[in-house]
Design a protein around this ligand. Structure first.
Ligand code: SF4
Ligand code: SF4
Length: 407
């Protein structure tokens, strides 16, 4: 469970390290889709990062999260070095835990054996078999390779979960995606990420727009959002359909992190998911050149905290800039959220998606509000049943210890 920074004086620094990033097309300054070259984190910086990250942890278990465009393209030798350096700098008695995000297309027998031998937790990023006409579709070959890669992970008993982006098309077929993940891949932990992107063509993409316009956005030709962005109601239907399937067929066998998070918050606990927590700020993001940002979702100059070659991670984590970032999640809640019966479990969700105005014209409402509210109402009764069956009390309130803001 994620530690709540408000009730722990020595918060765990959690950092996602982007080891490999695509080149930029210097002519257009846009990300080149035909990019053949990549920038990897240099061996010197990698060693510095591993050493300083370990030094600044105060917990018995030290977690590394490796991601980037596709980290396995760096090759097995690179990760063997990672493990060697971790062991070199590991304090006596400390345990190193590695998480690797991958699309699984490069997983070979050697990779799977290595990941199993070193106890890596693998998060497979896979969007499933649904053709995504509004965005570049996943070639069948890549999907077949990913299925083979996951089969190897299973064969060598590597612990893995899946994370799938849900767009306007896949949101229409929740059970196709769910059954693919469960039956074809054997995933027992499935996380889903909604695709919500403002259209580039908008003159000011950060400007919020009225809730009423959200309804008008139902047209696929609407210019406010990209064509693959799902619609708020779709997100609600998607989550509700998954929940019903899970509740009646897979409860106890499959873990849906959104549902698990709701069970925790219905019991009055802090959410293990940052998106549904009261504050941000405990998931720093490291780029391959050593720059550190407040969050993976905010890799912009104004959210840069420093560089690991020059500043300590704890300075960046506990500095005033990151504290403000952390508190902004709650401070930016509109009145509609503060009055919402599901504030205790939603907290206005991720600020990155707060692009709507409320009916009263206040900014800061989450684009997916309608979908989230539908989901929370839909599961309310069953989540309460689960908690009572476990012998616990249903609280459904914000615990004062973890929320000190205005209501
Ligand atoms: S900005 Fe979004 S993804 Fe980043 S920490 Fe906050 S809730 Fe999490
Ligand atoms: S469901 Fe909507 S109104 Fe309620 S807290 Fe979440 S975003 Fe705000």
């Amino acid at each position: 469970m994620t530690l709540d920074p408000r009730v722990h004086s020595s918060p765990r620094i959690r950092m996602s390290a982007n080891l490999l990033e695509p080149c930029l097309d210097p002519a257009s300054q846009a990300e080149s889709t035909a990019c053949l070259s990549w920038y990897a984190m240099s061996p010197d910086l990698l060693e510095h990062y591993i050493k300083s990250y370990i030094e600044q942890q105060h917990h018995h278990e030290i977690e590394f999260v490796w991601q980037g465009e596709e980290p396995t393209l760096l090759g097995l030798a690179y990760f063997k070095d990672v493990v060697r350096l971790q062991q070199q700098y590991r304090p006596p008695g400390a345990v190193i835990v590695n998480h690797l995000q991958t699309d699984a297309t490069q997983i070979t027998q050697q990779w799977a054996q290595f990941l199993a031998a070193h106890g890596f937790f693998v998060q497979v990023q896979i969007n499933g078999p649904i053709r995504q006409h509004a965005s570049p579709s996943v070639p069948d070959k890549a999907l077949a390779l990913a299925i083979e890669g996951v089969a190897l992970l299973r064969h060598y008993q590597v612990v893995f979960s899946t994370v799938s982006e849900v767009n306007r098309e896949s949101a229409e077929a929740p059970l196709t995606l769910y059954h693919f993940l469960r039956d074809t891949l054997g995933s027992t932990q499935m996380h889903f990420v909604p695709v919500v992107k403002q259209a580039q063509a908008r003159s000011n993409p950060s400007r919020s727009f009225p809730f009423a316009q959200c309804e008008a956005m139902q047209s696929p030709t609407d210019p406010l959002m990209t064509p693959d962005s799902l619609l708020p109601g779709q997100w609600g239907n998607f989550l509700c359909t998954l929940f019903d399937e899970w509740f009646y067929h897979d409860l106890g066998n499959v873990n849906l992190p959104y549902v698990a998070a709701c069970v925790e918050t219905w019991m009055g606990q802090a959410s293990p998911l940052c998106t549904l927590s009261s504050s941000c700020g405990n998931n720093l993001s490291l780029t391959r050149n050593g720059d550190v940002f407040s969050c993976q979702q905010y890799q912009k100059p104004e959210y840069k905290l420093g560089n690991i070659a020059r500043q300590s991670l704890s300075q960046m984590q506990t500095g005033s800039q990151q504290k403000l970032f952390s508190l902004a999640k709650e401070a930016g809640l509109p009145h509609q959220c503060r009055q919402c019966q599901y504030l205790f479990t939603c907290f206005g969700e991720c600020p990155k998606r707060r692009i709507l105005q409320t009916f009263e014209g206040e900014t800061g409402l989450n684009y997916l509000c309608r979908g989230w509210h539908q989901f929370f109402s839909h599961i309310d009764h069953q989540v309460s049943l689960i908690i009572k069956a476990m012998g616990y009390q249903v609280i459904k309130k914000i615990q004062p210890a973890r929320y000190q803001g205005k209501k």
